[in-house]
Design a protein around this ligand. Structure first.
Ligand SMILES: Nc1ncnc2c1ncn2[C@@H]1O[C@H](COP(=O)(O)OP(=O)(O)OP(=O)(O)O)[C@@H](O)[C@H]1O
Length: 256
């Protein structure tokens, strides 16, 4: 059973049709990455999935009792605010110190609790956001461009941390990313969005799909190979996904 299942999503913002006929699902323990050009509706889709935005048409079904950890694309924070990482994790509601410490460790920054938020690097800040999303032991993590502003090794390390979290906590992960070459090797399934779903499936199959290549060109394969790494034996042939993740790209008609 899917954790989140959306069908026939239509979203218009202002006078702009942002999403049109979008179906989406994520299953337990699955890592799904949403790719697409700027303005293709990726953040909008995440906001609909998390329940922050109501679609004009279509439906979103969440498994009863589903716990969602969400990291939005932008978080405004006054950089001069004197606040440690541990204190930040207890806002806006109080969280037990042991829970905060565990979340920091899961995010790979167990040693940063006493550091001021203002002094964090971009990569450290993103991991604090990740730790914050982990506080409630989510069933699914929704991450909107979590590696924005990080260099390539920093991004690769972040995605490895995501795989560790999935393996350790068993949560599903839905991410938006522009860094196709890095993120694709860490995903079970890639959904290519351009207002509608252009194609989806196993990362390496999507990378070959005509719809994907029309949007992103053909230059990502070398880098994809470069960042492919040992996944500790778990299968990436679609076995941990479900019927949509058979490896074959699913084409959907619509304007490109
Ligand atoms: N509140 C709004 N009112 C009008 N248009 C909006 C609003 N929010 C977003 N849009 C438009 O909707 C489109 C999709 O935006 P969205 O942020 O979902 O795209 P995205 O794929 O996440 O883009 P990016 O990769 O640049 O982050 C864009 O053209 C954007 O300008």
């Amino acid at each position: 059973m899917s954790l989140i299942e959306a069908t026939g999503l239509e979203v218009t913002l202002g006078s702009h049709r942002v999403l049109s006929g979008v179906d989406f699902h994520v299953g337990p323990g699955e890592i799904v990455t949403i790719v697409g050009p700027n303005g293709s509706g990726k953040s909008t889709l995440l906001r609909v999935l998390v329940g922050a935005l109501k679609p004009d048409a279509g439906s979103v079904t969440r498994k009863p009792g589903l716990r969602i950890g969400y990291v939005p694309q932008k978080l405004q924070m006054d950089p001069t605010l004197p606040m440690t990482v541990m204190r930040f994790l207890s806002l806006p509601r109080r969280v037990a110190p042991a829970v905060r410490k565990t979340a920091l460790e899961e995010a790979g920054i167990g040693d940063l609790g006493d550091r001021p938020m203002a002094g964090l690097s971009g990569g450290q800040f993103q991991r604090v956001m990740l730790a914050r999303a982990l506080l409630d032991r989510p069933d699914v993590l929704l991450l909107d461009e979590p590696t924005q502003g990080l260099d390539q090794p920093g991004s690769a390390a972040f995605y490895r941390q995501i795989e560790h979290i999935r393996a350790h906590l068993g949560c599903a992960v839905v991410m938006v990313s522009h860094e196709l070459h890095v993120v694709m090797s860490a995903s079970d399934r890639v959904v290519c969005l351009n207002g509608h779903v252009c194609c989806q499936g196993h990362p390496e199959v999507v990378a070959q799909a005509a719809e994907y290549r029309a949007l992103f060109g053909t230059g990502t394969e070398g880098a994809l190979a470069l960042y492919r790494h040992d996944h500790g034996g778990h299968r990436h042939d679609g076995a941990c996904a479900h019927d949509h993740a058979t490896g074959a790209p699913v084409n959907q008609t619509g304007p490109h």
